[in-house]
Design a protein around this ligand. Structure first.
Ligand SMILES: NC(=O)c1ccc[n+]([C@@H]2O[C@H](COP(=O)([O-])OP(=O)(O)OC[C@H]3O[C@@H](n4cnc5c(N)ncnc54)[C@H](OP(=O)(O)O)[C@@H]3O)[C@@H](O)[C@H]2O)c1
Length: 271
């Protein structure tokens, strides 16, 4: 890639992405830089990743053609008003801030600027993220391709209409927490049945990892994979019966619906 990318906000997500981009050799460390209000973070990024860092967000913007906004949603207003005077038509702006729309960003920068919004999730920290991308009004297909390439260095990507970003937040944004809860519950159940905590946790996490990989690598419908391990009158059908009696499917749907609703509510103040 011939691009030069600058991260505003050197926090958890910023670090995950920088790590992924450098590890995938998508860009060299000379083509990546970061700015943050915390000097300790900048020193750490220089040392660990060999990238150039800036205390001043405007200086960073003047050095790059792609700007990745990785500050918390509550800091967006101040960051956008700070960089607005130095934004040019050549810039592509990417935002990962939850609930901040592309129109919110372009209104504060320049109405003609290309903006792409992303909702990544925390497994991006280990290059297993799931990111949904939505194009702003002036983003082009070529902008989308560049952004997709960047985020594929930390996992898988899908493109959605921006109106579906709250649903994405409710599913994959909040999803790792649901899965952590499931893994913990499965391990607790193993402990109840007499397994040691460490054995139960290893079996539980590896079972979820293996099942998830089977779904994504075979491309088979999960119901078909479930049927393949469910023999007549066997153990698995007894377990499945108990899960259905407990309303697992409905509970999961309720969880995603509740999180989507909350994401919408939080986004209302950031129009
Ligand atoms: N973590 C996730 O699971 C996740 C998932 C999807 C999307 N996101 C989005 O990713 C964004 C970053 O999240 P994060 O977890 O990486 O946050 P984070 O760890 O708090 O990182 C943000 C960094 O930006 C710094 N900062 C604050 N104001 C700034 C300013 N004016 N100029 C430059 N830097 C500034 C912060 O410093 P201080 O700490 O001193 O404020 C912090 O070092 C958020 O908008 C979030 O919605 C996160």
């Amino acid at each position: 890639m011939k691009d030069k990318i600058g991260f505003i906000g050197a926090g958890n997500m910023g670090e995950a992405l920088i790590k992924g981009i450098l590890k995938a050799k998508l860009l060299s460390s000379q083509k990546v830089c970061a700015s943050d209000i915390r000097e300790t973070k900048l020193k750490q990024f220089q040392k660990t990743y060999g990238i150039k860092t800036f205390k001043d967000n405007k200086e960073l913007v003047s050095q790059v053609n792609i700007i990745l906004l990785a500050v918390k949603p509550q800091n967006m207003e101040e960051v956008l008003s700070e960089i607005a005077p130095v934004i040019e038509k050549k810039h592509l702006v990417i935002s990962i801030a939850a609930g901040i729309t592309t129109s919110y960003i372009s209104k504060r920068l320049n109405d003609k600027i290309s903006v792409v919004r992303i909702m990544p999730n925390t497994p991006a920290l280990i290059q297993e993220g799931a990111s949904a991308l939505a194009m702003g009004k002036h983003a082009t297909q070529s902008d989308l391709k560049s952004v997709q390439k960047l985020f594929e260095s930390v996992g898988k990507t899908v493109v959605v209409d921006e109106s579906l970003m709250d649903a994405v937040t409710g599913l994959s944004g909040s999803g790792p927490a649901y899965v952590f809860l499931f893994i913990e519950a499965l391990a607790d159940a193993g402990v109840k049945m007499g397994l040691s905590r460490s054995v139960a946790l290893l079996l539980s996490a590896q079972t979820c990892l293996g099942a998830a990989r089977m779904v994504s690598e075979t491309g088979e419908h999960p119901a078909k994979l479930k049927d393949m391990v469910t023999s007549p009158g066997g153990t698995t059908i007894c377990g499945l019966h108990a899960l259905e009696a407990g309303g697992l499917r409905t509970t999961i749907m309720d969880a995603v619906e509740a999180a989507t609703r909350r994401s919408k509510e939080l986004g209302q103040v950031k129009k």
